[in-house]
Design a protein. Structure first.
Lengths: 433, 176, 347
């Protein structure tokens, strides 16, 4: 009887407690991108515009891995103004957000682009802007809109207006090759050649302000490290010792390069103060030390070393030259690249076990957890978007190298539009001004 | 480096004993290259092998014309195989008796693994051959090592046969 | 856990019902229990307590039935349900009271019988009486009755003694036969008068006793009424608890439902990290439609916050909330909070 009374009391307390504040805790969600509809922008000009803004924005958003873009064929209407928007329709077709816009000519090549972003579920406008431009920079306008929408909805800075550099190679037969260094928009469009050579070009690396590229060229019959100013095309040879001169990596402060030299007998990591031309040796080991990459704080350098018998990634602290091993899983980890927050390390990884493939993996340096992001077999040269959302890398398709991308969580993968020949060694620029 | 075999140790020791007097540190001369500006070719430029000393396809000196010039390596290995010894010794003898001759050793790797790491592997193979030559009589100044890593495969393709042909060191005589 | 908490009371109720049936079936309850070694008064006491606790148990059982009925009724409209429930409750209450009264009458009968038996025993032995005195309430009543009888007996004895005296006097008078017949007559008359007086006295005692008995009866009645009142109070409380429990259970169901709806509509992006946490306050219309959803605690990540609020609007309408009775809705669902806290993310 006593127990029953007690039970009753507890129940009543529970009932009162629940009445005071009902809190439901949701811990599981849908592992799916957010649906957005990007409606073709209105245009009343006589001649069609050179670029389809909505298409570019839509593709940008989709490729980020954060959004799924509605197909045009599924749209019931193509509103260009708020008055033409019937939220119910968009809600019923499963959309969370709606982007509409219109382009008007302001004389000659000059254009004015207006876009508006709506929250379909709340039925409110969340973003809107007017941009002036010309028919010649419509892709820039589109990426600008993508960035604005992306940042508004995800809280992350968009990286659609950034660029990528990569190397292409064409076998012209008879032992003759043609190498070129390419520069393109982050979506692979508007590629242009900034350097061509019959000898290998390797390891492009962006300066932190995005104005320069450092790379390795064998043009003088031996490898040399060059820096090229993108605006002027002016280039200078920075380093060409006997032996290896490779793997330049720009320090966050923009004043130094980390690089690999074997002038002292075997590959070691050095830093070079560009203004003072002062070379400082960082590693001292008879094994191979190469592929340096800077931690975002500039205090340490991560590099690949086979000092443990097989290539693994280590970190050396510049202040005291203390070295710690970073990767432990698998029998081959190299070519590491850190996200801007320094938390995630993307790398080429091969699992232990015979016949294992080379894949792109990402390691959470906070927890040590390693995830393999790709399923192809000869993946290499990972480079991370400045906002850390996507890893771009090189892989093989048939007998050609192509560029592919995978979101950091492995959810979205896509191939970059392939240019001619073998494409390799992508390098994602920082945010550009 | 853990796999340093007896041959290499012996080779190294002999190298130091034999060529101690004549070895000069080539690195110092190379530092002159530092900071050499390439001018202001605007953007795209083509830099070929016009001024370089390499001679792919040029004829071998008669004395070594019949010798092998490409030496292969096992996967992830940089030790010279026994099958290469005879020809390499012959090359070394030729270099020893022709001090004005010089060779360029081009190290290569297969496509597996990362490019910069493979450049290092190719160099390691080139160095192994260079040491072998020096142990067998050639002068350090006669031998130059350059690594192309996986950038210049001998054959295309992604199978083990292609890979085996690409893991190599090519020995090339420089023009006089 | 739920299952257990229902199983135990249900079983208890069933067992106690069986007990009641046994009790009501006849007066041989005390014989039915072979382990019972205590005197009969105690048995009587036990019956009394048992009856009360059975009544309570029955109410618990009924409360449970009400609860079940309510659960079944969930699908039906609120007004209908309320009416039916009210009716049912009243019926059950009436039935309860009836049962209770019957039981009390029964109990009374048993008690009276026992009181008589006790009185008889009192006469035979004082020890039993002393034992009885140590008992509580019921035995007290019995003792009072017994004392009354004893008094009457003593008075009767006194009367008998007086009669004896009168007889002796009559004998003495007979010895003094020579005394005047009138004296004898007077004596006879006196004797007669004494007898009448004794009779009258006895009658008066009987009346007084009856009156006392009546008073006692009234007192008992009042006590019963009070017990009944308490019982009703207990029933009301039981019903309230049952209603709360039903409401609580309904809310558990609704919370699960709302959770599932939100989980289906919450887009977890790759930028989310374990440990992020945002709280959204949701206001609903009785139809289940979302009135508003406002962030009350930010995760510090605007993308995460956005997605949480979006999840609520994406649901648009929590259809099953419309089934909830107005009281529960007002109490729990008009306004509530949802904490979005991802678990098991990669990072």
């Amino acid at each position: 009887m006593k127990q029953r009374l007690l039970a009753c009391c507890v129940l009543m307390l529970l009932a009162f407690g629940a009445r005071a504040e009902l809190v439901i805790e949701v811990t599981q969600g849908v592992d799916a991108p957010t649906p957005i509809a990007v409606v073709p922008f209105g245009w009343s000009g006589a001649t069609p515009l050179p670029e389809d803004l909505a298409e570019i924005v839509s593709t940008d958003l989709y490729r980020s891995g954060f959004f799924s873009a509605m197909k045009r064929g599924d749209m019931l209407s193509f509103p260009q103004q708020q008055a033409q928007v019937f939220f119910r329709d968009w809600r019923v077709s499963g959309q969370n957000y709606l982007l509409i816009g219109r382009v008007t000519s302001t004389g000659g090549e000059q254009l004015q682009v207006t876009y508006e972003l709506y929250d379909v579920l709340k039925e409110t406008r969340v973003l809107g802007e007017q941009i002036s431009g010309s028919t010649r920079n419509m892709r820039d306008i589109a990426h600008y809109i993508s960035d604005a929408v992306f940042e508004k909805l995800t809280g992350l800075r968009g990286a659609f207006s950034t660029r990528i550099a990569y190397v292409t190679a064409q076998n012209q037969g008879g032992g003759r090759h043609r190498f070129s260094l390419q520069l393109a928009d982050a979506d692979g469009a508007r590629a242009r050649t900034i350097l061509e050579s019959r000898e290998p070009i390797m390891s492009p690396s962006w300066s932190k302000d995005g104005s320069k590229l450092a790379y390795v060229s064998f043009e003088s019959s031996r490898p040399g490290i060059y820096v090229q100013h993108l605006a002027t095309g002016k280039r200078e040879k920075i380093q060409s010792f006997a032996g290896l001169n490779g793997a330049p990596a720009w320090a966050p402060d923009g004043q130094r390069l980390a690089l690999t030299l074997s002038k002292d007998g075997n590959p070691e990591i050095y830093t070079l103060d560009l203004a003072r031309r002062q070379l400082t040796r960082v590693t001292h080991h008879y094994g191979i030390d190469t592929e340096p990459t800077w931690a975002p704080d500039g205090q340490s350098i991560l590099f690949t070393s086979d000092r443990g018998g097989q290539p693994q990634i280590y970190r050396v602290y510049l202040a005291d030259r203390r070295i710690e091993r970073v990767t432990f899983e698998g029998n081959y980890n190299s070519s590491g690249k850190l996200t801007q927050d320094g938390r995630f390390l993307a790398m080429v990884h091969r699992s232990a076990g015979a016949g294992a493939a080379f894949n792109i993996a990402v390691q959470d340096l906070k927890t040590g957890r390693l995830d393999i992001l790709t399923q192809t077999s000869l993946d290499e040269s990972p480079t991370i978007a400045p906002n850390g959302s996507v890893v771009l890398y090189a892989t093989q398709q048939g007998n050609n190298g192509v560029l592919a991308a995978v979101s950091l969580d492995g959810r979205v993968r896509f191939r970059m539009p392939s240019s001619s020949g073998d494409v390799r060694e992508p390098a994602w620029s920082p945010y550009l001004q | 480096m853990r796999a340093l075999n007896v041959t290499k140790v012996a080779a190294l020791a002999l190298t130091f004993a034999w060529v101690a007097g004549c070895s000069s540190t080539s690195t110092q001369t190379d530092s002159a290259d530092m900071g050499g500006s390439m001018g202001s070719d605007s953007g795209a430029m083509t830099s070929g092998s016009a001024g370089m000393g390499g001679l792919s396809g040029s004829e071998l000196p008669a004395e070594v014309a019949n010798l092998q010039t490409v030496f292969y390596f096992d996967f992830d290995q940089s030790s010279v195989k026994g099958e290469s010894f005879a020809d390499l010794e012959a090359h070394a003898r030729y270099l020893a008796s022709n001090p004005q001759a010089s060779v360029r050793l081009e190290g290569h790797a297969d496509e597996r693994g990362t490019r910069e790491y493979n450049i290092a592997l190719g160099e390691r193979r080139g160095n192994a051959v260079a040491r072998f030559l020096m142990v067998n009589g050639s002068n350090a100044g006669q031998v130059e090592v350059i690594s192309y890593g996986e950038e210049k495969p001998a054959v295309m393709g992604h199978g083990s046969d292609s890979w085996a042909q690409n893991r190599r060191v090519e020995l090339k005589y420089a023009g006089r | 856990m739920d299952k257990r908490s229902y199983l135990v009371p249900s079983l208890l109720a069933l067992v106690l019902h069986a007990g009641v049936l046994l009790l009501l079936a006849g007066h041989w309850f005390d014989h039915a229990d072979p382990r019972e070694l205590k005197p009969r008064h105690i048995q009587a006491q036990m019956v009394d307590l048992g009856a009360v606790s059975q009544a309570l148990e029955k109410q618990t059982e009924q409360a449970r039935r009400i609860e079940e009925a309510r659960k079944k009724d969930e699908q039906r409209k609120q007004s209908e349900r309320d009416k039916a429930q009210e009716k049912q409750r009243q019926q059950e209450l009436a039935a309860q009271e009836k049962a209770l009264k019957e039981r009390q009458a029964q109990e009374q009968k048993v008690k009276d019988q026992q009181a008589r038996e006790v009185a008889a025993k009192e006469k035979a032995t004082k020890e039993a009486e002393q034992k009885a005195q140590t008992q509580r309430q019921e035995k007290e009543k019995a003792r009072v009755a017994a004392e009354a009888k004893q008094k009457a007996d003593e008075q009767a004895k006194l009367a008998a003694a007086k009669k004896k005296q009168a007889d002796e006097q009559a004998k003495a008078a007979a010895q003094k036969k020579k005394l005047a017949e009138a004296q004898a007559k007077a004596a006879a008359e006196k004797k007669k008068q004494a007898e009448v007086a004794a009779k009258a006295k006895a009658e008066a005692k009987r009346v007084a006793e009856a009156k006392r008995k009546q008073e006692e009866q009234q007192r008992k009645e009042a006590e019963k009424a009070r017990e009944l009142q308490e019982l009703e109070k207990a029933i009301a409380q039981e019903q309230r608890i049952a209603a709360d429990r039903a409401s609580q259970q309904l809310m558990t169901t609704m919370a699960d439902y709302i959770n599932a709806e939100l989980s289906r509509n919450w887009r977890v992006s790759s930028a989310f990290r374990n440990g992020m946490e945002a709280v959204v306050e949701i206001r609903l219309f009785p139809s289940g439609e979302v009135d508003s959803a406002n962030l009350v605690q930010s995760s510090g990540d605007s993308g995460f916050d956005n997605a949480a609020v979006q999840a609520v609007f994406k649901v648009d309408r929590f259809v099953r909330v419309a089934e909830v009775d107005p009281l529960t809705f007002e109490r729990n669902l008009r306004k509530f909070r949802v904490k979005f806290r991802p678990e098991g993310l990669r990072w």
